[in-house]
Design a protein around this ligand. Structure first.
Ligand code: SF4
Ligand code: MSK
Length: 636
């Protein structure tokens, strides 16, 4: 029998980080760990969410001796307002990303550089929105779809178009509970307005608006971001790739793409494939050009091009510390400002590209929809500059850790369903391939106990990737299929859990599914915005099952989350009726009412809430218990 390749352990990843930290120490440069230590003890008021500085009478901090801010706001109002502001900011991030993509769609043309790679999805979206498609030029349709999409951000009346994709039961809940989001920007603005000094002080109302503004993300901005990205750059397909720091190459020009918006990285990838650019790299003594990804830009690029993934959120400094990076190109979100200082210790060129994300120490080369026609040429110039920089690499400073893991990635909703269609025989007769029924049968029969969406970031409050990996291993051992996105997906890839032979770690049922279908037990579904894909996946399953999403043995889990975007995501997942298991406590602990509202109160609104536990092993046990409870209620 062929011997299994070893899986990479968290301890091995930590050893790589420790070695790179030694390099940082020699260079007298700090990393997040020193900065974290220098922040200890972290502010308890901030941690508990009871510090308010939304007006200049403050800051006000709630203690037993001082239970009210100067205006009279109590701990519940203050923690509630802070929480809603986090959700609103997260929703704004994803949605503004989507807006930029919509503007790019509006700039597409036959001549490029931005073209339509998935006309079928464009036509489907146009028809869904009642846009005429017959006999029309593809690009005229694209521009109209983009315009209608852009109207979703600020339309004065009605609720979001994508809500009609949900189950009828869900739509009814959203209407009745008055959490169906109106225009995306309206929900963000309303949230800021409500939390301004002298407005809402009722925590229950603030939590309800958090659900609504979260929905403006998941069933608005993020969904549009995903759909339009697929239209522009193609819907992801299954691909093989490699993950972890060992993907950096000693003898190639290493270019890192980092952030979230794929329009910049797409151009860089295409530019690096141009023959003249490749020839130029060889002329300069390199064996080739190695574009690798970090964070969600990595997820986007790997799913569409097989670009290898250097790592997730807490690996961004490590990548530069290898000393082997000629250029790091970033777009938006999750980029440490520390990179601006760190690159000065090396030959690395640090390029920022978006007016949304300007960082001292970087070189700013703007990429935006306004200048879309020059995007490819600009990307080519940057790749050439990276090649020119190759000769400046100081070989004495280079240390590239050896760990890599192969991974199979790229499972958008329809791909997951099409793959699972091989599990049972039901599709042979009356179920066309692509129906959700085979997946339902697998769950009903108990071959699969259920599914978990593993999402979210890394957070220095816990060991990097430890919770992700421990939880995933335990879930698959218990026949729970995992769909993963964002940094959670990369954690799985780095550990080897996206290898086809990771089925050996599964329980008998899931192993059978993986063997029959030829899938890994952890399915890579994309970037953070692609959690909207997961919403459509559970909706599709619920519709074919004739139940509501909240009844399914499916839950979400963000064990290492850190971003405000995660708060928006958690709110739309809960609004969709799906429980969310968190390993990091939301910053509302200073208000017992807020803790009750986010764990129990939302259940009365939409049938789901948070389960919070800092111990990953206890968290996974409660998740499995939650899945089994849903199965019992369904009578399966
Ligand atoms: Fe203090 Fe109220 Fe102003 Fe907040 S809004 S800083 S609690 S006075
Ligand atoms: S990159 S939001 S650290 S998942 Fe999407 Fe990772 Fe979280 Fe950023």
């Amino acid at each position: 029998m062929k011997e299994l390749q070893e899986f990479t352990t968290v301890e091995e990843m930590e050893a790589d980080t420790a070695k790179l930290k030694e390099i940082a120490c020699e260079l007298c440069v700090e990393t997040y760990e020193e900065r974290k230590n220098s922040q200890q003890p972290q502010c308890k008021f901030g941690e508990d969410g009871v510090c308010c500085r939304i007006c200049s009478m403050g800051p006000c901090r709630i203690t037993p001796k001082a239970p009210y801010g100067i205006c009279g706001a109590d701990a519940h109002a203050i923690a509630g307002r802070n929480y809603l502001r986090m959700a609103a900011s997260g929703s704004a991030c994803h949605s503004d990303h989507a807006r930029e993509i919509a503007h790019i769609l509006h700039k597409t043309s036959e001549a490029g550089p931005f073209t339509i790679k998935n006309p079928d999805k464009l036509i489907a979206n146009a028809r869904e929105w009642g846009i005429e498609t017959e006999g029309r030029d593809l690009y005229d349709i694209a521009h109209e779809v983009a315009e209608v999409g852009l109207m979703e951000f600020g339309k004065p009346f009605g609720t979001l178009r994508y809500l009609s994709r949900a189950t009828e039961e869900r739509q009814k809940v959203w209407e009745e509970q008055e959490i169906a989001p109106r225009a995306i920007d309206r929900e963000v603005a309303t949230s800021l307005h409500m939390t301004n000094m002298g407005n809402t002080a009722d925590a229950a109302v603030l939590v309800r608006q958090s659900l609504r503004v979260g929905m403006a993300d998941g069933w608005g901005g993020s969904m549009m971001g995903t759909d339009f990205t697929d239209i522009l750059f193609g819907t992801p397909t299954v691909r093989e790739t490699v993950a972890n720091l060992g993907v950096l190459e000693e003898n190639q020009v290493n270019i890192i793409v980092h952030g979230h918006d794929p329009s910049f990285s797409e151009m860089l990838v295409l530019a690096s494939e141009s023959k003249d650019v490749v020839d130029y790299a060889k002329e300069k003594g390199a064996q080739g050009i190695n574009i690798v990804g970090l964070c969600c830009t990595a997820n986007e690029a790997t799913m569409r091009h097989g670009i290898r993934m250097a790592g997730n959120f807490l690996q961004q400094e490590n990548v530069l510390l290898t000393g082997a990076v000629e250029m790091m190109c970033v777009d938006v979100q999750c980029i440490f400002p520390a990179l601006g200082r760190l690159q000065e210790c090396f030959h690395t060129k640090f390029i920022t590209s978006s007016p949304i994300c300007r960082i001292p120490g970087s070189t700013y080369v703007e990429f935006s929809a306004e200048d879309a026609e020059h995007a490819f040429e600009k990307a080519k110039t940057l790749v050439r500059e990276a090649i020119d920089n190759y000769e400046n690499r100081d070989r004495a400073k280079v240390y590239i850790p050896s760990h890599t893991q192969p991974a199979v990635v790229g499972y958008p909703t329809n791909q997951v369903i099409a793959e699972l269609d091989g599990v049972t025989n039901s599709h042979l007769e009356d179920d066309p391939r692509g129906s959700y029924k085979p997946a339902i049968d697998a769950i009903k029969s108990g071959v699969l106990r259920g599914a978990v969406a593993m999402v979210g970031c890394n957070n220095p409050k816990v060991r990097a990737d430890y919770s992700h990996i421990e939880i995933m291993k335990e879930l698959i051992a218990n026949d729970v299929l995992i769909v993963a996105s964002g940094c959670a997906a990369q954690a799985a890839a780095k550990a080897g859990l996206m290898r086809l032979d990771a089925k050996e770690l599964c329980g008998a049922g899931l192993r059978r599914v993986c063997t029959l279908v030829g899938i890994p037990p952890v399915l890579h579904m994309g970037a953070c915005v692609d959690i909207s894909r997961m919403m459509l996946l559970v909706t599709g399953i619920a519709k074919d099952w004739n139940v509501d999403t909240t009844q399914l043995p499916i839950v979400g889990c963000a064990p290492e989350w850190m971003s405000e975007k995660a708060v928006a995501i958690a709110n739309y997942v809960v609004s969709t009726g799906i429980d969310v298991y968190l390993g990091i406590e939301p910053q509302v602990k200073g208000s017992a009412q807020m803790m009750e509202l986010i764990t129990e109160g939302t259940r009365e609104i939409c049938g789901a809430g948070y389960i919070i536990n800092k111990d990953p092993h206890e968290l996974v046990q409660s998740m499995i218990a939650g899945i089994e409870r849903k199965r019992d209620l369904l009578g399966i």
